[in-house]
Design a protein. Structure first.
Lengths: 52, 343
């Protein structure tokens, strides 16, 4: 069974979002520290150079 | 002809508004039942020209609309759904996890020094009596926020032994008629008194069978007067005679409370803990089932008052706790089957 996760954005929007386990003991300290829920970042598309 | 107050329907945003002035859309609104008959009557504040010179007398000749207030109270039996809503909107910061039909909302108060918002999430509050052709009342208060919430758990088997009271205040903005067709009232999963699990300051009051009653809550002390600033807006946009509405509602100094009554027996240590100012966590859990529950944690409390009293002929101790900040002050984990609360 996969762990349930949520994405959190750092305080003041500084830095990269983090995927963390959706457990209160993990989430609450981050919320207090200013992290807030955000959408999962869009998966990066592989860039394939077309050589023609 | 008369209209019974039992006909009052209330609906409010389970989703948060996008901003203070933009009402919830129908999909973000739910209908729940309530216990109190009181309506959230909008109040129009006025002023007049009685004290102005040049009229030749002291009487009023003109009245001016100044501003609008909205305030209301929702009293309900405590359910997993209203608990999740009250924690999300009453504390203000929410993380939603889970998938249909099991959602978990982890909530804390925002912390502005760490970049969090200085306002709580807003919701719309709808009151209707016979909406439609035979309408008696149909209005939406836009831009409401939770001023306080209080949960009371008492001894006894009935639903009334586990209740929540939520007080809210509004920006003053109204929509009449609401234009909303309320969805059917949801079936709520009650969190009864008999499901309580409770540990305060190192003592499990359910295991020792000593808890008699418990009350806890929070108050946001929203700074209503700060809501009127130059440019805050009017009831009717661009109509300066329609009365001002609030353009913001920031929370003030937030306060949380926890008090309980327990049987006082040989070995009870509440008075000792008061004298020693012993500190510890307080964890309160009320459960319907594994997927519908509320767990509230006070990070650190000490006892600010402990008095031995009589409760129905039994010796009890009435204790008031002082919630203290220690890497947070309060958090709530609310589980229910409703998606999108405060999203």
């Amino acid at each position: 069974m996969t762990k349930e996760t949520v994405w959190l954005a750092p305080p003041f929007g500084q830095g990269e979002p983090r995927e963390v386990e959706a457990k209160p003991e993990v989430i609450v300290p981050l919320l207090v520290a200013g992290w807030s829920q955000c959408a999962a970042p869009a998966a990066e598309k592989e860039v394939t150079e077309h050589v023609g | 002809m008369s209209v019974r107050t039992q006909e009052i329907l209330i609906g409010f945003g389970k989703a948060k508004q996008t901003d203070i002035a933009t009402a919830n859309v129908v999909g973000g609104i739910w209908q729940l039942k309530k216990l109190n008959a009181a309506l959230a009557n909008p109040k129009l504040n006025t002023e007049n020209d009685a004290e102005e010179f040049g009229k030749g007398h002291e009487y009023i000749t003109e009245v001016f609309k100044t501003s609008w207030d909205v305030a209301g109270t929702i009293e309900k039996y405590l359910s997993a759904e209203i608990a999740a809503w009250a924690m999300a909107f009453g504390l203000g910061k929410v993380v939603k996890a889970g998938t249909n039909p099991n959602f978990t909302y982890t909530c804390t108060p925002p912390n502005p020094s760490n970049g969090d918002a200085v306002e709580l999430p807003f919701f719309s509050f709808i009151e209707q009596i016979r909406p439609g052709a035979g309408v008696v009342l149909d209005r939406t208060a836009v831009g409401c926020a939770v001023e306080s919430w209080q949960i009371a758990v008492a001894s006894g088997p009935g639903r009334a032994n586990s209740k929540i009271t939520v007080e809210f205040v509004g920006s003053g903005k109204l929509t009449e008629p609401s234009g909303i067709t309320l969805p059917a009232a949801i079936v709520e999963k009650l969190l009864p008194s008999a499901s309580l699990a409770l540990t305060i300051n190192g003592t499990n009051y359910v295991t020792n069978k000593n808890i008699v009653s418990l009350e806890f809550g929070g108050k946001n002390n929203i700074r209503l007067e700060d809501g009127f600033y130059p440019g805050s807006g009017f009831q009717t946009p661009a109509d300066s005679t329609s009365g001002a509405i609030r353009g913001r509602m920031e929370y003030g100094n937030r306060q949380f409370n926890l008090k309980f009554v327990a049987r006082f027996v040989n070995g009870s240590d509440e008075l000792t803990k008061l004298k020693n100012q012993t500190t510890g966590t307080a964890v309160i859990t009320l459960t319907y089932d594994a997927n519908n529950s509320l767990e509230v944690t006070f990070t650190k409390v000490s006892f600010s008052m402990a008095e031995v009293v009589d409760t129905d002929g039994r010796v009890t101790v009435s204790v008031e706790c002082a919630p203290m900040y220690q890497a947070g002050i309060i958090s709530a984990v609310a589980k229910c089957s409703v998606d999108g609360i405060c999203q």
